[in-house]
Design a protein around this ligand. Sequence first.
Ligand SMILES: Nc1ncnc2c1ncn2[C@@H]1O[C@H](COP(=O)(O)OP(=O)(O)O)[C@@H](O)[C@H]1O
Ligand SMILES: [Mg+2]
Length: 338
Amino acid sequence: MPPLDVSTVGAYLASRCVVSDAGPVEVEPLSGGFINSVFRVTADGREYVVKQALAESSRTVLRAGIRRSEMEARAMVAIRRSLGPDCPIPEMLVHDTVAHVTVMSAAPRAAVLYQDELMAGRCHPAAARRVGAYAARLHERTGGDRSLARRFATNPGFALRDQTIRSVAGACPDLRDVLDTILDRDRAHASALVDYDITPKNILVHGDAVTKLDFECAKWGDPAFDVGLALAHFLLVAFSRPEATAALVDEARAWYAGYTTHRAGAPDRGFVLRAKDYLAAMMLARSNGDLVFDFLDPHRAVVAVVARTLLDEPHDHMETVLERTAELIGAVAAVDQR
Ligand SMILES: Nc1ncnc2c1ncn2[C@@H]1O[C@H](COP(=O)(O)OP(=O)(O)O)[C@@H](O)[C@H]1O
Ligand SMILES: [Mg+2]
């Protein structure tokens, strides 16, 4: 079957009995990812999202086995089962293991992408708190589950996360061993189902609610990774909008407050130290790896200065990590006026 496009999605869904043959089907392409096609479909008075994983993409050098699509569908089911009815992710409706297509429920049409909001200067601390709570509940409910540990021991989609971090060694060869150690630690501390893609690019905000999308990297791992990755993505926006640093740090604080409120027991010192290093590694990955965020391209060097400093310093309280990062961003922004 050739890859789906706007003209073939309707017939595909009818052939899989997701929609009826008779009625009109409206299909819109959705933008976002680099290695998947995503469509929003309206048919039979319902709205669906159809996501097809592509084996190859001309838009990125990143590669991950196509079975990541099946793992994403499995993760969506496992996460909903673990979190129960109050689960802020789409419902997985159908997965086609041959065409690598997942059909899921659609978030409300009025939903806005959290990343676009942050870039436009609109913060949503209540949304940040809810996303932090999602991560905590995921870790709390799946922690120590031996069946999940076995089923999510590996995921070819994790290559996306692994490559983005390892590829930093191209620009920063002296960090190769440090990055290897950080990824080794993730394996050594694997204790729960970890999302590995909790970024504002994968979060829709609608009113007071959020929908978390995109589960193709999910696997058994170190919960501290989700914390470091999520917080890094709030702070990275500050490099292009230094005047908003205080508000973005508050957004990160709200995320972490949502996280700690929903975890049993405060994160220990080792957890925070690892989260800090994952945070720094993700800052480097997004600015100096193989797939750089466009908005960070002019700031590669200064992000590297901040991330390297964080790697060197042994901060073991998250509040100190956030304050120190804000201080470093303020200092580099005062020099780098782009
Ligand atoms: N269930 C959904 N409801 C509404 N919009 C969605 C849904 N799933 C994906 N999208 C839209 O499509 C974009 C890409 O989807 P995503 O799953 O993040 O793909 P990728 O893995 O390629 O990043 C999202 O940023 C979002 O705008
Ligand atoms: Mg995405």
